[in-house]
Design a protein around this ligand. Sequence first.
Ligand code: ADP
Ligand code: MG
Length: 417
Amino acid sequence: IRSLGRELDAARYQRRTLHHAVEEVKGNIRVLVRMRPLQSSDLAAPRHAVRVEEGSLEVDDQRNTVAVVSPASGTQSFEYYRVYAPPGEDTRDAAAEQQRYVFVEQVQPVLQSLFDGVNVSVLAYGQTGSGKTYTIFGQGAADDPAQQHASTPHSLHRPPSVASPLVLDGLLPQSIEHVFAMKREFESTEALKASPEGGPDPAVGVALRLSMVEVYMSDVYDLLNPVDPATAPAPRMTTGGAASSTTLASSGTRCEVRAVPTGGAVVVGATELGIDSEAAAMDAVARGFAARKTHRTLTNPRSSRSHLLLTVFVDVTARHARGGGVVHRSSRMMFVDLAGSERVHKSLSSGDRLKEAQHINRSLSALGDVLAALTSTKKRSNAASHVPYRNSKLTHLLQPCIGGESKTLMVACICPH
Ligand code: ADP
Ligand code: MG
């Protein structure tokens, strides 16, 4: 058994080394494009007509390209790490199958390094309604298409829609499931080092914690610590120009953000919930979502104007060698449902709505600058150039999980119209 254990160790080491080598070649920042299927509400959307005149988008999941076809300037084609076209069949099964496929093909390989201390991030970028929440969390959390264009103040008086059963099959729930499977495998193989009989080794293991925060107008709110609605400040209403709008504090508790000397920033006092099972983790996610959703029914499009950051902190304790001392490694995976990237026309927005749009624009372009700095450093292969993480709270909070050894998947979600 002892020699088998050694062989297993050697094989695992070799597999890991090979895996890392392959992943290294593929690069640490990967941009994926995912086009969601056409929906009946797309045809009702007033912007549809404009889009047709502007041209169309064609995705090719064989060549991994997106072509912008425009009557004025012809066809321009862009290549990405991977492009996903809408599933051929418009059924729930086909949609669920694609969720699984994207996870297995893209996320699972990068999670492989998580217990070795490598940080991972998965970000969803795109306009409101393009499938960001669907991609990260799944159908049960995504917007109901029937409510999608109800962003006028009238929607404030609409009764909240009856919650459909929460089907969470997005990249985050699948990752949580996978990480728990990795944990079980790790703990059982590590245990072999302490006693060849394979009894549990209490000194080794993987501990997981989860946090869920929302970044709105440069403030950070803890969604796992909801504010009691009875004591929350009343919503502030402003009316200006053509559009009237509402700004509310999130239904999470507002937290301070502090820079840490080792790089990045922490949300001071945000709940980090210990999770010892998949069920406990998904329960926490559902609670965080409820805090966000409650809020959403008050000011309908509000959730698309904030960034949602979910972090799973990983603490690994392993044995150095058979019967030897222990070693600790920490890492984390972050899932980010970014604010809607649509442009807000100055003429249509004023007051708080415009301020929100400016915050979103600033943080998304700061994210673009960080990614550009990281990828150009790689290309020129010179000493690390300055990466402007501190230009926005979003990028500062993401710093530990983007750049360096970290693995980043950027999913650009696009609409078919
Ligand atoms: P966003 O978060 O970007 O505003 P959502 O994730 O809420 O967009 O998606 C908008 C709508 O499109 C939802 O009804 C969602 O169920 C649907 N949808 C998005 N992506 C897909 C997909 N890949 N397959 C099937 N339906 C999708
Ligand atoms: Mg969303």
